[in-house]
Design a protein around this ligand. Structure first.
Ligand code: G6P
Length: 607
């Protein structure tokens, strides 16, 4: 949430910062800004709205600027406006910030008594003034930032420049990601390594509490106790291809179509069909430890929480001595929950940077619980802080609404469940059907994309004008209904609710009239008839029902999307592809900003 970039070197800082901000825009996009310098002459450009607004402001007079910082914002304090956009400037100091300074009001009052006045409504401007007030004492930026941060309560990733020091960008993090790219005679800064691709693959992941001085010649790091730390430079592999649209109109649809490939990457080396083998290399758990697990907390937010819920329905089917609690991180962290003996906690996050999920991870670690991560972003905070885990390897997910992340998260969690169940004695005969279906799943998804795209596009055209919808399903299709509803509301701004199909009659059915459409997921199994009854109840009240099913039985509904597949257990993930395409095409029809929906950000690094 909010993207940060920085540069100190010898090249054109404006173009490097702008390129980085464009890559980070998925993190927030309500306002943006950069500041670059030459000999202390600052060029500060800020706009309300997207980074593209900055492109036209760049002018030749600052082409030789070779140091600067930039930011794309998702507002926390103060409305999105040019005045509240970062970088903020107070005195000699320019600063960009990701996170929240909780004690900013107290700091503001103190600074006002020292003669500082404020023009924005942001906590960031207060932090900028605080750094300036210390910097003025002996003009040591590295020391001033460290000292200021000792006085701050909250979460931050920051980058700071003083206009009379053209050799340093000082950065720091606590609870918000920050990465430093090391080049030849130049140093890059970003809140996410994706902004560094093409510039360098040598990176230093700053740890919580660390402050770093970045110069053209290198990086000096110290920890929260002001002790020097030797930075660890790592090589990261990032695929620039994955960050491009590959001929699609939007990242969202490109990522939906990525799924056969991204899921194959999740499965690669882990499901080996011809050897009847399941293998997860990064769990760091012995068979004995897996056998001992009796209780699993799966902790996540948003789409990741629905993926977790869906996976828990699967795992419960074969791990019958384990109780699973799937919990939304923002709730768990303030609940006085009990941790039974032999508990394990799994944190599921595409970005690996979601603040609520990280807070729960810290709490679980403090309570001595073994923690695993199911994460996409390599090197992210969650990935680094867990005891072990599974990278989903889905490739960069740029569109704010998560699609391929969901599919791979479900599968990675089910894989974990199967590996655990095998350690507990699940026979290969019982595991084999899962191996067969998982192995076939990428191809089955490809077939749905191939055969259903046009049909779903037309369906979306026919239902785009509605303002209300319900998504319903039973059993494993209930989490799917929640995810389908979230996808549609995120992209289309239609009022959508996901409900267990059987629960509708206990209240929500009161809403239904012919202004609603309902998407009903129905499997051809023992619940088929019950689901049909729910659909009839809705239709009797004027609702327009679209059924998505793998059944060839006769179904009375306004529209029926039939999925032909030999899969039995994982058909819900095929239904989900239909639901993803539907959300995409409805959003396009409504003229929405598909990849960057209003009010959202991809990675929410504040509470
Ligand atoms: C935000 C995004 C959602 C995402 C959720 C969890 O709310 O808008 O799309 O599902 O964060 O993100 P994570 O990176 O932890 O999976």
């Amino acid at each position: 949430m909010c993207g940060i970039v920085g540069y100190v070197g010898s090249k054109n800082a404006q173009s490097i910062l702008l390129e980085g901000l464009h890559r980070l825009e998925y993190r927030g996009y309500d306002s943006a800004g950069i500041v670059t310098f030459q000999d202390g002459d600052a060029c500060l450009l800020r706009v309300k709205g997207k980074v593209a607004g900055l492109d036209s402001l760049v002018n030749d007079s600052h082409r030789d600027d070779s140091i600067g910082i930039g930011h794309t914002r998702w507002a926390t304090h103060g409305e999105p406006s040019e005045r509240n956009a970062h970088p903020h400037n107070v005195g000699d100091i320019f600063l960009v910030h990701n996170g929240i300074i909780e004690n900013y009001k107290d700091l503001k009052s103190v600074l006002e008594t020292r003669g500082y006045s404020f023009v924005s409504e942001t906590d960031t401007e207060v932090l900028t003034a605080l750094v300036d007030s210390i910097y003025q004492q002996d003009k040591n930026l590295f020391a001033a930032v460290s000292e200021a941060l000792h006085m701050v309560v909250g979460a931050y990733g920051i980058a700071v420049v003083a206009k009379d020091n053209m050799d340093e960008v000082v950065v720091a993090r606590s609870g918000s990601p920050l990465v430093i790219g090391v080049g030849e005679g130049e140093t890059f800064i970003a809140s996410d390594p994706s902004a560094l691709v093409g510039n360098t693959n040598q990176v230093i992941f700053l740890k919580d509490g660390e402050v770093a001085k970045c110069t053209r010649d290198g990086v000096t790091v110290k920890d929260s106790a002001d002790q020097a730390v030797e930075p660890i430079v790592e090589t990261i592999e990032m695929d620039i291809q994955a960050m491009q649209k590959k001929g699609f109109d939007h990242f969202l649809v490109k990522e939906i179509f990525d799924q056969p490939e991204s899921l194959s990457a999740t499965l690669a080396g882990r499901v080996v069909k011809d050897q009847d083998l399941l293998r997860l290399g990064g769990l760091n758990m012995s068979e004995e430890e897996l056998r001992a697990v009796k209780h699993i907390f799966i902790v996540a937010c948003g789409t990741a929480s629905y993926a977790s819920m869906m996976a828990s329905y699967y795992i419960e089917r074969f791990a019958d001595d384990v109780v699973i609690d799937t919990v939304v991180a923002s709730e768990l962290r303030y609940r006085s929950f009990n941790v039974p003996e032999n508990s394990l906690a799994i944190f599921v996050s595409q970005s690996g940077e979601t603040a609520d999920t990280i807070a729960c991870l810290k709490e679980m670690k403090q309570r001595g619980v073994r923690c695993l991560g199911v994460v996409n972003a390599v090197g992210s905070t969650i990935a680094r802080e867990v005891d072990g885990g599974i990278y989903i390897h889905a490739g960069a997910e740029i569109s704010v609404a998560s699609t391929k992340g969901f599919t791979s998260q479900v599968v990675a969690l089910v894989l974990f469940g199967l590996v655990m169940a095998q350690a507990k004695g699940m026979s290969i005969e019982d595991v084999r059907p899962y191996i067969d279906e998982l192995d076939a799943l990428p191809e089955e998804i490809a077939a749905v994309l191939d055969t259903k795209n046009e049909e779903v596009k037309q369906l979306a055209a026919d239902y785009s004008q509605y303002e209300h919808a319900f998504y319903i399903g039973r059993d494993i299709l209930y989490p799917l209904a929640l995810e389908g509803a979230l996808k549609l509301k995120e992209t289309s701004y239609i009022h959508v609710e996901g409900q267990p199909a059987g629960e509708l009659k206990h209240g929500s059915i009161a809403l239904i009239d012919d202004r609603f459409f309902e998407v009903a997921f129905v499997m051809d199994n023992e619940l088929f008839e019950k689901s049909m009854s729910n659909i009839i109840e809705v239709q009797a009240r004027g609702g327009h029902v679209i059924v998505v099913t793998n059944s060839s039985r006769e179904i009375e509904a306004e529209r029926v999307v039939r999925i032909e597949s030999r899969l039995k257990m994982f058909t819900p993930l095929l239904f989900n592809v239909v639901s993803q395409l539907f959300a995409y095409y409805v959003a396009v029809n409504r003229g929405n900003d598909v990849d960057q929906p209003r009010n959202l950000a991809k990675s929410v690094t504040v509470e």
